[in-house]
Design a protein around this ligand. Structure first.
Ligand SMILES: C[S@@+](CC[C@H](N)C(=O)[O-])C[C@H]1O[C@@H](n2cnc3c(N)ncnc32)[C@H](O)[C@@H]1O
Length: 251
């Protein structure tokens, strides 16, 4: 991985592993069913999970016969996912790559960026680049789904501090919202076995209308937004939003 691809994610995500415990299997399975329906995926179709993390979505999709490619920058996650896939005799194509650098060309029926994995880069052109690369990776007619926190909800419900217990790890969050850049800057302090480590993160937060503009700028059409994992319109009351766009053309 080249130095230009380094950032807060390098140290944060390997340590973030216990936080996957926030999404139990039941919630993940409901997400998978919903995303499959929205992306019109079925057995044999090619799906790009970018980034894929520990395979929360990639594994159940592969089990359904979907041909999954997963991209992620955290090596320990890819190793864990590869071990799990092997154990379950699932074939998943894994790539250790920064999401800005993927080089696929017109090969996927669908792609997704799930669980607020977008807006990680300080330069807005880099965030847009992720969309451009994903757009290029899709076949004409292919669909892209972005699942992320809704800035409008975040502002209305902003809490500067928070903590939660995830398994054996206590997680403290100190949040600061930068209105000039629309970034949520959070220091996560993870406490486990008496050890305390702090990590700074910075994520660009988007409102639905901004994502529509970005989707349009890269060429997506038929853009629609859903305000929850159960559907319905996006409003300030929607904590998460799902935005879907289609690469124009016929499959
Ligand atoms: C919140 S997790 C979500 C993972 C997965 N989409 C899911 O829903 O379980 C964000 C993921 O982004 C990955 N990531 C962070 N920065 C990245 C980058 N620059 N390029 C590729 N992946 C990155 C992390 O390693 C982590 O797996």
């Amino acid at each position: 991985m080249s130095k230009r691809d380094s950032g807060w994610w390098d140290e944060f995500f390997p340590a973030f592993r216990p936080l996957f415990g926030l999404l139990p299997r039941k919630a993940t399975n409901a997400q998978v069913r919903y995303f499959i329906k929205l992306l019109k995926l079925r057995r044999g179709r090619k799906f790009l999970d970018c980034p894929c993390g520990i395979g929360r979505i990639a594994i159940p999709m592969a089990k359904m016969g979907i041909r999954v490619t997963g991209v992620d920058i955290t090596e320990s996650y890819l190793k864990e996912l590869s071990r799990k896939a092997e154990k379950q005799r699932l074939k998943i194509d894994l790539r250790h790559c920064d999401m800005r650098r993927i080089q696929f060309d017109s090969q996927f029926d669908a792609a997704a960026n799930i669980w607020t994995s977008f807006g990680y880069f300080e330069k807005e052109s880099d965030n847009l680049l992720v969309l451009k690369r994903i757009y290029k990776a899709l076949k004409p007619g292919g669909k892209f789904l972005l699942h992320t926190i809704n800035r409008d909800w975040l502002i209305a419900n902003f809490q500067p501090d928070g903590w939660q217990q995830v398994g054996d790890t206590k997680v403290l969050e100190r949040r600061r919202f930068d209105y000039a850049t629309s970034t949520s800057n959070t220091t996560f302090t993870l406490i486990a076995e008496g050890e305390e480590t702090a990590y700074d993160t910075s994520i660009r937060m988007y409102s639905y209308h901004e994502l529509i503009a970005m989707f349009k700028a890269v060429g997506f059409v038929d853009i629609e937004g859903l305000g929850s994992e159960k559907g319905g319109p996006i409003s300030h009351a929607s904590r998460m939003m799902v935005v879907i766009g289609t690469r124009p053309g016929r499959r």
